[in-house]
Design a protein around this ligand. Structure first.
Ligand SMILES: [Zn+2]
Length: 152
């Protein structure tokens, strides 16, 4: 019985040791290399999405694109040219941020389309959320104080 417990424990310890060894090896391998960043995560996600769409619609083009994105993200992760990769990532974030905000807005629109309506302020362009179906409303912008009348 004791032997079994011992051997079991030894086995788990052994596996744990292997895990640690692997982790250390990986860490040593990654020293001085760039590693994951926003752009890489985005590329891996895009790759997965392309792959799924490809499976659904049987578009070979998307499969190539999916592999290209995956390969590119791996190359970037293993790259030693850290400054260059950081510049790429910054550029990506600059482009991505407005897109992300727009997606967030569209999502809010979809989420509240039954009860609310989104109206752009005539003064400053700020988006205002007003309840739907209340007839003519005088709307006051929360940002610039502009007042205007809109049918909801
Ligand atoms: Zn305004």
């Amino acid at each position: 019985m004791l032997y079994f417990i011992l051997s079991y424990r030894c086995k788990t310890l052994h596996q744990l040791g292997g895990f640690w060894l692997f982790r250390n090896l990986l860490r040593n391998f990654m020293v001085g290399r760039y590693g994951p960043d926003h752009l890489n995560i985005a590329m891996v996600l895009a790759s997965i999405v392309f792959n799924l769409v490809q499976v659904a619609f049987r578009l070979a083009m998307l499969l190539y694109l999916s592999w290209a994105f995956l390969a590119l993200s791996v190359v970037r992760m293993l790259s030693r040219n850290i400054d260059q990769r950081r510049t790429e990532n910054d550029r990506f974030i600059t482009y991505w941020w407005p897109v992300r905000t727009q997606i967030g807005r569209s999502w809010a629109n979809i989420k509240h389309w039954k009860t609310h309506r989104f109206i752009k302020c005539l003064g400053c362009g700020n988006t205002l959320r007003v309840p739907k179906g209340s007839g003519r409303l005088q709307i006051t912008c929360t940002k610039c104080g502009e007042r205007f009348i809109k049918k909801t």
